[in-house]
Design a protein around this ligand. Structure first.
Ligand code: F6P
Length: 328
């Protein structure tokens, strides 16, 4: 068992729905176990700028349903420097913090790992919080389910217009280098094609596939393009297809940041609560430099360096095969 007495909690990188339920679980689990909790504002920036406050059980009342993060978040370049890290360390030491829960994605974990290697007297546990679903060691990251549902809602609406006008829509979705949102949303919305960073698609094959759809009397088509896809950018792609397929009026929609906000789904509220609870219990058990994740519906601890080094996270091959069959 560890000697942790005071933990700091922060959210860093892109916000993700489910971060608030996680913060709530961290605060209440810590207090239940007799620990003090400090909320660190704007991720590592708050550590450097000393922007922190003591949190109590009531500081996290009525936040389960809120998107974003009450602690705010930032992508903090100074934390990548030795000077920035040293200032952050001195500030949290002065507050008496001896354990940290960091909620974020791969950038957040890279910072957390470096920090805890440099200052091993501060125990660090990571919680995977990113809509991109791209961390090894957790089947799902916080926010992925909500973001995918948001995308589905938007594409269902686009389908109404596509169908009414016999149009072909290209829709770009987020995910950075991961096609996880694109794949799930594409299956859920019956997309005619899904372009993913993990799988190259030849333009000629895409055009053939869309032409076949038209021959098979499809009145509308939707092509989902993951932002990390390398086929050539959604606008150029749409133009190239329009040159070959003239009977469809082609439109482009980039969904953008609306995918990150909104009330967390039931799944993300429960996942955030489970991971926050598990993160504090891991600190109490003396763990450090680990990520808490969910695998086969069980909590699992993965070393932070492993969670990061297996970054070439693979999409499920059965889903990829199924898409081709179901979109004929
Ligand atoms: O990591 C989450 C994410 O939304 C990615 O899908 C996207 O590439 C990126 O963040 C956008 O970052 P920003 O909000 O800083 O523009």
């Amino acid at each position: 068992m560890s000697k942790i007495s005071k933990i700091g909690v922060l959210t860093s990188g892109g916000d993700a729905p489910g971060m608030n339920p996680c913060i709530r679980a961290v605060v209440r689990t810590a207090i239940f176990n007799g620990l003090e909790v400090v909320g660190i504002k704007q991720g590592y920036k708050g550590m450097i700028e000393n922007d922190m406050y003591e949190m109590g059980t009531r500081s996290v009342s009525n936040i389960l349903n809120l998107g974003g993060t009450i602690l705010k978040t930032a992508r903090c370049l100074p934390f990548r420097t030795d000077e920035g890290m040293e200032t952050a360390y001195q500030n949290i030491k002065a507050k008496g913090i001896d354990g940290l829960v960091v909620i974020g994605g791969d950038g957040t974990f890279t910072g957390a790992l470096r920090f805890s290697q440099k200052y091993p007297d501060i125990a660090v546990i990571g919680v995977p919080g990113t809509i991109d679903n791209d961390l090894y060691g957790s089947t799902y990251t916080l926010g992925f389910d909500t973001a995918t549902n948001t995308v589905i809602e938007a594409i269902d609406k686009i389908r109404d217009t596509a169908d009414s006008h016999d149009r072909l829509f290209f829709v770009e979705v987020m995910g950075r280098d991961s096609g996880a949102i694109a794949l799930r949303a594409g299956i859920s919305c019956g997309a005619e094609a899904i372009l993913l960073p993990e799988k190259s698609t030849a333009l000629a094959d895409l055009i053939d596939h869309l032409k076949n759809g038209a021959t098979n009397k499809k009145s509308s088509s939707i092509v989902i393009v993951a932002e990390g896809d390398k086929t050539g950018g959604i606008y150029d792609l749409a133009k190239a297809v329009q040159n070959e397929i003239t009977h469809y009026d082609i439109k482009v929609t980039v969904l953008g940041h609306l995918q990150r906000g909104g009330a967390p789904s039931s799944f993300d509220r429960v996942l955030g609560s489970r991971l926050g609870f598990a993160a504090v219990n891991a600190l109490i058990a003396g763990q450090s430099q680990k990520m808490v994740g969910l695998e086969a519906n069980h909590i699992k601890l993965t070393p932070l360096d492993e969670a990061l080094s297996h970054h070439d996270f693979k999409l499920e091959s059965d889903l990829l095969q199924m898409v081709e069959v179901l979109s004929i």
